[in-house]
Structure formats: structure tokens, C-alpha cells
Design a protein around this ligand. Structure first.
Ligand code: FAD
Length: 325
């Protein structure tokens, strides 16, 4: 049967990633509004648990592929499978979480299916049978409604912009499909995975403490690390500090870094340049600590503290430690 809404489900060890739980939640609403069934694509190895979870989160059907080539999320294995299934079954819409893998896959599928891709939607709604996606443009200064005229309509959904699907108690049996590409036809090989040792991931974090040039040097991040630890937050940074070599790039927030949308973003010694704002302006509550009362970050912040971060941050850490323990 052609039509239907598909959602790509990233999974590992039977668990569905947070961004895919958000994508399933958004896809469920789109499927309801279009009056079409929701199908979850669950690819990987030992995907039984994730397939069961996809039904529980509200999928009407699950297309599952269980194969060693699909473990580890290689694009050259996943992309052709999404494309093959879409060519055979002609879905109306395919949604991906805008993770690194989701973005890559959406682009792959868009190119091979010769259709348009709307990237980084922060809101989606159905309007006359078409899915309209709202996405930020001009580093977040404008919001733009965009839609894809060709089929399938492919849309990636910004992390933490949509509520995660809740458990529905729904059950079902997945339809098993085969991998599209054999191992010897895949040019990349997975040697192993290295864990990051329990650090909070920036893009998944609900709280972020972020430092800018005001920290003065690599050691200036220490009080921020302590505050982050007290709050269970991830550590972010401006590009100025990354370019100076004070902290690795993986911490950079902004136009050329990561886009984040935590519940709480504490900007310490960050002026609030437009390129930094592009990566964090969707944060729910922004707190700025800066010694310059005219710093642009204060225009964005819900709470502002004008002062020296080396005095303010340790005082906050001490207070949070008292209150949160
Ligand atoms: P500054 O602008 O120098 O601000 C430092 C702030 O610290 C000042 O406001 C100062 O008052 C305050 N301060 C100093 N000492 C203290 C103290 N003791 N206590 C409290 N406050 C103090 N930037 C990004 O962040 N992310 C990006 O992804 C990014 N991409 C870019 C892409 C392009 C194409 C370009 C051109 C630029 C990009 N930039 C990006 C750079 C951006 O324009 C700014 O240069 C950068 O964000 C400034 O970083 P900052 O706020 O840490 O430093």
C-alpha cells in the first residue's frame, strides 16, 4: 500500500534514542492529522526490543531489519535500505530526528529518491494534506514555513523541539525485511566503539553550563565544570574558546558547532554573538553571567547576572550543592 508516514528509529541494545522518541511523537501527530498509518523503521542488530518499544510508543506498523551490516549505523548500509523500501512502498512522508545520522540519512534518501528535504524543523503541522515544517533561518532570526512538493516529503526534526512519544501499551509484530547491501559492498568497516566515560552529551542535555572568552584560559573552565557537575549539566563553549584551544571542538555551541535546546542554558563570559545565539537561542531558560551590562546575551537571557564569573559561578555551585543534595 502506498502512502503513510514513516519515522526512522535510531536504536542501540534494544533501546530507542531520545531524539527518535521525539520523532515518533511528532510523526504520530502527523499521521493522525493526515489520517494515515504510522510505520517505524527499526534497523540494526538484535532489534526485537526496539521494535516492541516502537509499537509501545504508538507506531501502527514496524518495518524491522536485523542484520550485522546494520549494527553501528553505517550510512552505506542504512541509506540504501531506506531508499529501497521507500521505492517499493511509496510513503507520503519520512521523518528523521536531526541527529548526525538522521541528517545524513535524510540527505541520502532525498538525493536517491529525487525529492526535497526540509532540515531542522522545530514545528510541523498538516495543512491540506501537506506537511508544513517551521524552521529557523538566518541564524535563527526568522522562522520560515517550508514544505516539500514532491513525494515522499522528507523532514528532519531538531533535537528537543518535540515532546517524546509516551507509552501507549500498544503491541504488534514487526514485518521483517532484509538488508539492502552485503558487507563486502560496504566500503567502511567498524573497528570498535569508544565510550565517552559517562560525560553528559551536549545535544541530549537538559541543562548546559557554557563558557566563553571571559573564562580567560583553559583552567578558567574549571569552575564551570564544577557547576555543571553540581547540576548534572553538560559543558558547552563559544567558538572563541575552541579556536584558542582552551577546550575541544565537541563542546562548541553555535552556527558552526552544535545546536542545543536545553531546559536551562547558563552562559558564562559569553558576549552573545549572533553565531553563538544560532546554536542556543531555542533554550527554554537562558541565564547570562557577564561583567559587561551591555553584552548582547542579556537581550536573550531570562535571568542576567552582571558580575565576574569567577565570583558568581563558585557561589552558584555552592548554593546548588546545598539545595540539590
Ligand atoms: P567575546 O565576544 O570576546 O566575549 C567575551 C565576553 O566575556 C564579553 O562579553 C566580556 O564582557 C565577558 N567577560 C570577560 N571577562 C569576564 C568575567 N571575568 N566574568 C564575566 N564575564 C566576562 N561563535 C560561537 O560561539 N559558535 C559558533 O558556532 C560560531 N560560528 C561562527 C561562524 C562564523 C562564520 C563566524 C564569522 C563566527 C562564528 N562564531 C561562532 C564567532 C562569533 O562571531 C564570536 O566571535 C564568538 O561567539 C565570541 O565568543 P565569546 O562570546 O566567547 O567571546
Amino acid at each position: 500500500m502506498s502512502g503513510g508516514v514513516w519515522v526512522f528509529v535510531e536504536n542501540r541494545d534494544g533501546a530507542i534514542s531520545a531524539i527518535s522518541r521525539e520523532a515518533i511523537g511528532a510523526a504520530r501527530v502527523v499521521a493522525n492529522d493526515l489520517g494515515q498509518p504510522l510505520t517505524a523503521l527499526v534497523f540494526g542488530q538484535n532489534v526485537g526490543g526496539a521494535a516492541t518499544a516502537a509499537f509501545d510508543l504508538g507506531a501502527d506498523a514496524v518495518l524491522a531489519a536485523d542484520d550485522a551490516t546494520l549494527a553501528g549505523g553505517r550510512l552505506e548500509a542504512l541509506g540504501p535500505l531506506v531508499v529501497k523500501l521507500a521505492q517499493e512502498r511509496q510513503p507520503a512522508v519520512i521523518l528523521f530526528g536531526a541527529s548526525t545520522r538522521g541528517r545524513d540519512l535524510a540527505a541520502w534518501a532525498g538525493a536517491d529518491l529525487n525529492t526535497g528535504v526540509v532540515a531542522e524543523a522545530i514545528e510541523i503541522k498538516v495543512d491540506g494534506g501537506t506537511v508544513k515544517a517551521t524552521r529557523p533561518v538566518y541564524t535563527g532570526k526568522l522562522l520560515c514555513d517550508t514544505f516539500v512538493k514532491s513525494a515522499p516529503q522528507i523532514i528532519t526534526l531538531r533535537s528537543r523541539a518535540f515532546a517524546q512519544a509516551a507509552s501507549t501499551g500498544k503491541t504488534g509484530a514487526p514485518e521483517m525485511v532484509s538488508a539492502a547491501v552485503a558487507e563486502d559492498a560496504i566500503p567502511t568497516k567498524i573497528v570498535g566503539f569508544e565510550g565517552k566515560g559517562g560525560k553528559v552529551s551536549l545535544t541530549d542535555a537538559s541543562k548546559i553550563v557554557s563558557g566563553g572568552r571571559g573564562v580567560g584560559g583553559p583552567e578558567g573552565f574549571e569552575p564551570l565544570r564544577e557547576l555543571a557537575e553540581a547540576l548534572g549539566a553538560a559543558l558547552g563553549a563559544s567558538r572563541a574558546t575552541v579556536d584558542a584551544g582552551w577546550i575541544p571542538y565537541e563542546h562548541q555551541v553555535g552556527q558552526t558547532g552544535k545546536t542545543v535546546a536545553p531546559d536551562l542554558y547558563i552562559a558564562c563570559g559569553i558576549s552573545g554573538a549572533i553565531q553563538h545565539q544560532a546554536g542556543m537561542r531555542s533554550s527554554k531558560v537562558i541565564v547570562a553571567i557577564n561583567k559587561d551590562p551591555d553584552a548582547p546575551i542579556f537581550k536573550l537571557a531570562r535571568y542576567g547576572i552582571v558580575g565576574d564569573l569567577f565570583k558568581v559561578v563558585p557561589a552558584l555551585t555552592e548554593e546548588f550543592k546545598k539545595r540539590l543534595n
